[in-house]
Design a protein around this ligand. Structure first.
Ligand code: IMP
Length: 403
């Protein structure tokens, strides 16, 4: 610290929640910088399990300030449900939760458009969480998004809402043949949310920069993972925000020179939810073992996660684009029951072995068919030769310099 950014190095679900929970001991503020309630951080405290979607897991620690930054998209109903759920378990968020006035709202038509678009795509769908994340970010980038500051100003909210509902309903009705959304109903519903959330909504960039200026330690919490990043991931099979470390600066409003450490969380094997290339996927007994033993079911949607071996090409790309200064490896114990552990060190594509991820989307698109990551090996091999077979090792945090 002073500013430590924690990022997922694969396709999300690397166990960031647990590591962030451990690191929170050393932080004054925990700040979430992107994504929405598509994320799900599972944190186990003693015998209690908490699944958090929007609120940083720092909230489980007494006296830690938690921030939802401007880079996050917020469904207020989901946020309030999470706040209430914590309150019933004795965790009061009233004093410790700050929400950026510039964070964008997810509205019911975003969710409707997300679901309608996925339905229309059929077997070409992204496999989104159906939470309205993509359409909310699309509105943000199209400069018609509605922000938290607008929510607490009824006149502004009503004007923006009626403009947007008109356009969304045109698409929903005429293009997707889907049910329409009632602007009046949304207005009434969201005014209740505004009353509840008003006192939490502030200029979080001011709070964060003043705190950093006073020497306070900030833990910046990323959601999803590097390969779901809209710029650096396996596009188009990605989420709609910057999950990589750069997103912490734009998503919290802090300068890059404030960031002192960037930790990548790497799961000892790989998982992914939804569609898209996954060269080391094991659609077999190994995958089943990883899923069952690693409890690999989505914390948000409950979907079974696709599981496979660790992939060094994926992790190396993450080390590069994030500028990782350290790595924490999670879930090594899931490998305990396996006699042999494989790690991908190269892809074969049309007879050539590659030791970096393919650049072109056609080869990614065909990845499951055409990229064969592995020839089974009996002993560790050098890079670029397919799949290395390793003896099991234990370890947690490895340090490396960024390059
Ligand atoms: P969206 O973020 O709901 O638009 O979904 C886009 C893609 O990101 C889909 O493949 C989702 O399964 C994936 N995704 C979104 N959030 C998470 C997460 O927290 N963990 C793993 N995958 C996620």
């Amino acid at each position: 610290m002073p500013v430590l950014v924690v990022v997922g190095s694969q396709w999300g679900d690397e166990g960031k929640g647990k590591i962030i929970d451990l690191l929170t001991e050393r932080a004054d503020i925990v700040a979430r910088y992107q994504g929405g309630h598509n994320a799900g951080h599972t944190v186990v405290v003693g015998k209690d399990e908490f699944i958090l979607h929007l609120i940083p897991s720092g909230i489980l620690h007494k006296g830690k300030q938690c921030v939802i930054g401007n880079g996050v998209v917020i469904d207020p109903a989901a946020l309030i449900e999470e706040m209430d759920g914590l309150a019933t378990r004795g965790i009061n968020v009233d004093k410790n939760l700050l929400i950026s006035k510039n964070a964008h709202l997810i509205l019911p038509y975003h969710k409707a458009l997300d679901v309608a678009s996925e339905t229309l795509k059929g077997n070409k769908k992204i496999g989104t969480t159906g939470r309205g994340i993509g359409p909310a970010y699309a509105d943000k980038v199209s400069r018609r998004g509605i922000r938290m500051a607008d929510l607490v100003d009824p006149a502004v909210f009503r004007a923006k809402l009626s403009e947007n509902v008109g356009e969304a309903n045109f698409l929903l009705g005429r293009f997707y043949n889907a049910p329409l959304v009632s602007g009046d109903q949304v207005f009434d519903e969201y005014m209740k949310y505004a009353d509840r959330l008003r006192k939490h909504i502030v200029d979080t960039t001011l709070v964060l920069n003043q705190a950093i200026g006073k020497g306070k330690k900030v833990l910046a919490e990323g959601a999803q993972g590097t390969h779901l990043d809209v710029d650096h991931g396996t596009y188009p099979y990605v989420t709609s925000s910057n999950a990589t470390a750069g997103g912490a600066c734009t998503g919290l409003g802090i300068g890059p020179n404030r960031v002192t450490e960037i930790m990548g969380i790497v799961k000892a094997y790989t998982t992914r939810v939804g569609s898209g290339p996954f060269p080391t996927e094991q659609d077999n007994e190994v995958g089943k073992h990883l899923r069952d033993c690693g409890k690999e079911y989505g914390a948000t949607t409950g979907r079974p996660r696709r599981c496979g071996w660790a992939d060094t090409l994926v992790i190396r790309h993450a080390a590069r684009v994030n500028g990782l200064t350290s790595v924490a490896i999670t879930k090594l114990d899931v490998m305990d029951a396996l006699d042999e552990i494989k790690i991908c060190v190269g892809y074969e594509y049309q007879g050539t072995v590659y030791d970096e991820m393919p650049r072109s989307s056609p080869s990614w698109r065909d990845a499951r068919r055409s990229i064969s990551p592995c020839r089974d090996g009996n002993s560790p091999r050098s890079a670029s030769s397919g799949m290395a077979t390793c003896r099991k090792r234990r370890g947690t945090i490895l340090r490396r310099s960024a390059n």
